[in-house]
Ligand binder design. Sequence first.
Ligand code: 4AD
Ligand code: MG
Length: 431
Amino acid sequence: MSEKCIIRDVKNYVGQTVTIGCWVNNKRSSGKIQFLQLRDGSGYIQGVVVKNEVSEEIWDNAKSLTQESSLYVTGIVREDERSKFGYELTVTGVEIIQVTQDYPITPKEHGIDYLMDHRHLWLRAPRQRAILVIRAEIIRAIQQFFDERGFKLVDPPVLTPSSCEGTTNLFHTKYFDEDAYLTQSGQLYMEAAAMALGRVYSFGPTFRAEKSKTRRHLIEFWMIEPEMAFVDHEENLRVQEQFVAHIVQSVLTNCKSELEVLERDITKLEKCIAPFPRITYDEAVKFLQDNGHEFTWGEDFGAPHETAIAESFDTPVFITHYPTEIKAFYMKPDPNRPEVVMCADMIAPEGYGEIIGGSQRIDDPVLMEQRFKEHELSDEAYQWYMDLRKYGTVPHSGFGLGLERTVAWICGLDHVRETIAFPRMLYRLYP
Ligand code: 4AD
Ligand code: MG
């Protein structure tokens, strides 16, 4: 009798016979021996079929297997130091489920458009699997970080009547007879939740109809948005640096083999330990001007600017105190210098750009009222948000981490399109 198991667990069955549901990743043959490279999602293992040791039927079954054929393989688990997976299967049975014909993705090189059209199959490639495993580990580490510190998970709505991050990239839809938007950020709702539960975080999809086609932008991306009552700008930064260091260290500990598949230079990640350096917007502007960039105080940084600034550091760096003019309506001005706000963007190393945007929020009802007028935001849609300043207002702060940019950085990817199973991008809705 054989035990059914998954490849991840074969280490518990050395010397025993197991049956594994799997696909053929690749195959080699030397006439009298066939080497089946098998995968089941949980891992990879080599199945060895020896002609003299199996029936003709099993030998022929194994021979008929093509790339991505599906089967139940039965065999004896052997420890094998030469194998990169540590274990091997001496095959005693091959039960074919389907022999695959003409699999569209071969080990040869394909263009990116072709791969994106076949994203549903491309996911099976070892590299894509490694990325998705690391993404799942990052999500686990995120939830662990907040759960262990008493933050409560709250889910803000996806359909909203108003904007959080300006109106230029709102994703419009109809809500029966009303106009509605897919959420750009759950922040405003998380502020309400923080007034009820103290420390909260959200984890959900957000949408921006960005007309920019860059390697950092998706139309649909996932954001983690903590919001904390009685927390100021300074404490907000401390939470952020501990949070990001925790994510990176968790991946280094728990995803060694996946980082190897991606050939990630982990010495760069190992340096990601809190505290992170901080520079003000003013200092960043001076740095850019001193290093040959044309840049005027009051402008927002573009990707090349962020990269130039980040290059001076091994860890992520905070840029703090941006001009009030270029930041969102809800950010609290510095009391000593109201032309800048108590905010920070966290810029990842190695050119991956902004991964976090955050700030202390305006808590004064009079100033908030004034901002609404300046930004021409309708009183009606934001009345509930004003209530938060009317009934027991308190200092509070929060931030948003972009999951896909974080995955791209930790995995060392050129483009965010590989960081999510089915990316939504400008001009691409399929598959
Ligand atoms: O800086 P952003 O716009 O900040 C907010 O939305 C705040 N309301 C968050 C908060 O304080 N609760 O976005 C936060 C992060 C960015 O730093 C970036 O990592 C990511 O979200 N992001 C995107 N990621 C992929 N594609 C896009 N189009 C993104 N836009 C923002
Ligand atoms: Mg931002």
